[in-house]
Design a protein around this ligand. Structure first.
Ligand SMILES: Nc1nc2c(c(=O)[nH]1)N[C@H]1C(S)=C(S)[C@@H](COP(=O)(O)OP(=O)(O)OC[C@H]3O[C@@H](n4cnc5c(=O)[nH]c(N)nc54)[C@H](O)[C@@H]3O)O[C@H]1N2
Ligand SMILES: Nc1nc2c(c(=O)[nH]1)N[C@H]1C(S)=C(S)[C@@H](COP(=O)(O)OP(=O)(O)OC[C@H]3O[C@@H](n4cnc5c(=O)[nH]c(N)nc54)[C@H](O)[C@@H]3O)O[C@H]1N2
Ligand SMILES: [Mo]
Length: 781
């Protein structure tokens, strides 16, 4: 593939190529890295590949844009501080393929609509801003200046700024996030939904209530020195591969691991580390000492049951299991929790979790005997109806055993995008707390709006109700990542304007508003030069470590602008003539990002002397009162009593109607969210296809189905609407009876918009009630 190609590089995935092999029981780094170099060479060429990959996560390089897993301290970084997933993400961005104006001239939007995410993404980097006007069938090149005018025209037409929605995806840097939320609040709305609404919102909600801060309470060091790590609802081998090295070190240090998952994911079982001799010579290291194959949505029952057994063990052993001192001095509500979990029936626990009393007793005993315990979790817990209560219950177990705020112990929500946590810290949230608004107002001398804005699901509901007319996305693929694909795409088309700041083509660009803009931006790997010279940006990882990131490749096209420059340009233009036009100096911030960081240092606690702290190799760690001082700021009015909260949560779990299955949606090993890198899910043994449903063999037999049979997945919901995914292939797979799995985002067509987690409003992506219908056999032509 040469530069500037207008040829179609890839075809849609043809699922008839499905090939099924035995699921792996080992996550392997070695062939994985060989594989990543190969992917890199296809897209970048050999020299560029080596150079670019070696800069990942180095002290002076750029932050890997893939996941939010932390880097070790500088002295312990290996020369190749990346994983297969990171290498794929880099190859996607540093690709030599280009989407030019000629590409848009050659392909009408109606044609692009028929391409899948794989084919769209494989076309390469977008090189120039493009505009689609009503009645046009092609995107056409547009100047930046004109693009900003179009945005102003449409926003000026709105009856209220609340008719616009400003979405953010988690790759956005701190600097871009800060200016973006400042722009949106200067305009007068808090409509700042983000990908986090669909991701760890349940975590943020639960931890804020229980420990006073919605972030992980552990450091990377704690992970290696934990005596016991329980990992629930997470697939680290695919989605946070560098976590496996830390888990391996924890095992070396004598730690034990418990995995809780409906699927026996390779990365939870064994790890063959390419960077250690042992990984090459022996068959790697066993990771999980205990594997609990839980039913979808059964974790709340598990955590309550663990509490029940720990209370029993405390009584039997006459103490030493619970941390009575910690409970007395640092917590509130213990008695309520104790009474509730003690009263649980084993019959109900076993039904809810699909686990046996004996299995749960074994793990509870491991917790009781461990000197320090970490609980790690991700989407398997957060995307359930009872997610927030589940995470509160999980916290209670750690509080009862005193495992919060001391070395080797704590809460470890593993966040998704590389800067999703930083974006929230910078104010990307539809409901930032009052102190943030107060400081923002003081810094810029204006009155930011205080009413809660729309989250992701509410934004879609408002669109359906005709209350939103303009959508802007700073990164991401809103139409594809959100639930109810068919309805969502239909409603996106009713909007007056859609604006996407993107590096690559995706589905959201082709299911557009009446007017549509694609504004191409620099990626993390690229040099960002502004009036004051080369710029760096900064990001925060899942354990609250903040550090700088600076790319070193020439931009994919001279016309690209940085996210910061784009947002500042839009802000200056749109706000002109409006009440808060003079609140901020957008040009000064665009020309020198240090000006932005100066503002951040005044507005966001923990960022004092931001610039200097970024100069320190490895960056700095943000304060976390619960982790650092066992100060639990659960009292929002200043945290006077500052105690961690035990909570009483009614036990809930999904009931699967007769003859139906509960479907979870998962990531394959060849994708980053809606960006599809390839057609394989190597560890799970699925090759060449993505419209595949993994189903328990007995559930298949009961329906008279065998591997490869074509079915429709039909989702049933209380609104009476049947959502249908047609012509998917079934594969027998080791998952609990009644539970099935399929890939996100293809399966999002099955998710009802109204099915969300209680309290966090996160779409329930891991428990969709479906039935299987044999697909109608196509009539031969
Ligand atoms: N390579 C790569 N890396 C990524 C991403 C990517 O797409 N590709 N995405 C990034 C993002 S944004 C995120 S949020 C993270 C996501 O990281 P993960 O949360 O690991 O991603 P999922 O594929 O959603 O996997 C969910 C896991 O939870 C399990 N699970 C599902 N339901 C339940 C349940 O009820 N209980 C329990 N105990 N387990 C359950 C599933 O079997 C699966 O192993 O990864 C980030 N990193
Ligand atoms: N069914 C189901 N749905 C889910 C999930 C699930 O598990 N199941 N997971 C949810 C989760 S956890 C998340 S986080 C969301 C993700 O939702 P999003 O964050 O909206 O989606 P992504 O696929 O991460 O966004 C990819 C796009 O971002 C753009 N991009 C890439 N790099 C950059 C960059 O540097 N700058 C800019 N401006 N743009 C860039 C590219 O154009 C690319 O197409 O999806 C959610 N949806
Ligand atoms: Mo995520």
């Amino acid at each position: 593939m040469g530069d500037d190609t207008t040829a179609r590089a890839e075809q849609n995935i043809d699922d008839s190529g499905l090939r099924v092999t035995k699921p792996r029981t080992h996550a392997t780094g070695w062939p994985a890295i060989g594989h990543s170099l190969q992917i890199g060479e296809e897209q970048m060429g050999a020299v560029r590949t080596g150079r670019t990959l070696l800069e990942i996560n180095q002290v002076h390089g750029y932050d890997c844009m893939s996941c939010a897993w932390p880097d070790p301290e500088p002295s312990r970084r290996s020369p190749a501080e990346f994983c297969e997933s990171g290498a794929k993400a880099v190859a996607e961005e540093a690709t030599k393929r280009r989407v030019t104006p000629a590409f848009f001239a050659a392909h009408p939007v109606a044609e692009l609509e028929t391409w899948d995410d794989f084919a769209l993404g494989q076309q390469g980097r977008i090189t120039e801003p493009v505009l689609l006007e009503p009645g046009d069938d092609h995107y056409r090149p547009v100047s930046w200046d004109r693009a900003f005018d179009v945005i102003k025209e449409e926003i000026d037409r709105l009856a209220s700024p609340d008719e616009a929605v400003f979405y953010t995806s988690g790759r956005t840097s701190n600097e871009a996030a800060f200016v973006y939320q400042l722009f949106v609040r200067s305009l007068g709305t808090n409509n700042l939904p983000d990908c986090s609404n669909m991701c760890h919102e349940s975590t943020t909600r639960a931890l804020t209530q229980t420990i006073g801060i919605g972030k992980a309470s552990v450091s990377i060091d704690d992970i290696e020195h934990a005596d016991l790590i329980l990992i629930a609802g997470q697939n680290p081998g695919t989605n946070a591969p560098r976590m496996l090295t830390r888990l391996e070190n924890a095992k070396k240090n004598g730690g034990r691991i418990v995995a809780v998952n409906p699927l026996r994911e390779a990365g939870l079982l064994h790890f063959d580390n390419p960077q250690s001799v042992r990984g090459l010579v022996f068959r790697g290291r066993q990771l999980a000492d205990e594997f609990l194959q839980i039913r979808l949505g059964g974790d709340q029952a598990l955590f309550q049951a663990l509490g029940k057994v720990l209370l029993e063990l405390e009584a039997e052993r006459g103490g030493g299991v619970l941390d009575q001192d910690f409970i007395a001095h640092y917590t509130e509500g213990f008695e309520g929790w104790r009474d509730q979990v003690s009263g649980l029936s084993w019959a109900e626990i076993e039904t809810a979790s699909g686990l046996t009393e004996q299995q749960i007793r074994t793990v509870a005993t491991m917790i009781a005997d461990a000197r320090s315990v970490i609980f790690a979790w991700a989407m398997g817990l957060t995307q359930q109806t009872n997610a927030v209560a589940t995470i509160r219950d999980l916290t209670s177990v750690l509080l009862a055993t005193g495992n919060v705020g001391r070395p080797g112990a704590g809460l470890l929500p593993v966040r998704g995008h590389s800067n999703v946590q930083g974006d929230r810290t910078m104010g990307i949230w539809e409901q930032m707390p009052k102190p943030f608004h107060d400081r923002l107002d003081a810094e810029f001398g204006f009155a930011s709006p205080r009413e809660k804005g729309l989250d992701t699901v509410e934004a879609l509901e408002a669109m359906h109700a005709g209350r939103v007319k303009v959508f802007m996305g700073l990164g991401g693929n809103f139409a594809k990542a959100t639930p109810d694909t068919k309805a969502t795409e239909a409603v996106m088309r009713t909007l007056d304007l859609t604006v996407h700041v993107s590096t690559k083509l995706n589905r959201s660009h082709v299911v557009h508003g009446k007017r549509a803009l694609i504004l191409p931006c620099l990626g993390r790997t690229e040099i960002d030069i502004q009036a004051s010279g080369p710029q760096r940006v900064s990001v925060e990882d899942t354990v609250s470590a903040v550090h700088g990131s600076a790319g070193e490749l020439q931009p994919a096209s001279p016309a690209l602008r940085s996210e910061v420059a784009i947002v500042c340009g839009i802000a200056e233009r749109v706000l002109a003539g409006r009440p808060n036009a003079a609140a901020a100096d957008w040009r000064a911030m665009r020309d020198d990002y240090r000006v932005i960081r100066q503002h951040i240092s005044h507005v966001v606690p923990g960022f004092e002397a931001y610039e200097e702290k970024l100069d320190v190799p490895g960056g700095f760690v943000l304060p976390h009162a619960a982790r650092d001082n066992r100060h639990f700021a659960t009292n929002t009015d200043g945290g006077k009593d500052a105690r961690a909260q035990f909570t009483v949560n009614a036990l809930e779990y999904p009931r699967i109607p007769e003859g139906r299955l509960l479907l979870q949606t998962i990531r394959s090993h060849d994708q980053f969210n809606t960006t599809i890198y390839g057609k394989d899910d190597r560890y799970r043994g699925i090759h060449g296809a993505r419209k595949v449903a993994l189903v328990n063999p007995e559930d298949l037999a009961e329906r008279g189905l065998v591997e490869g049979d074509l079915v429709d997945l039909v989702s049933e919901w209380t609104d009476g609407v049947e959502r249908r995914a047609e012509g998917w292939r079934v594969v027998p797979y080791n998952t609990p009876r009644g539970n099935a799995a399929a890939y996100y985002p293809e399966a999002n067509v099955l998710m009802p918009l109204g099915s969300t987690a209680k309290e966090s409003n996160t779409p329930v992506a891991k428990a969709i009630v479906i039935r299987l219908e044999r697909a109608a056999v196509p009539v031969p032509a």
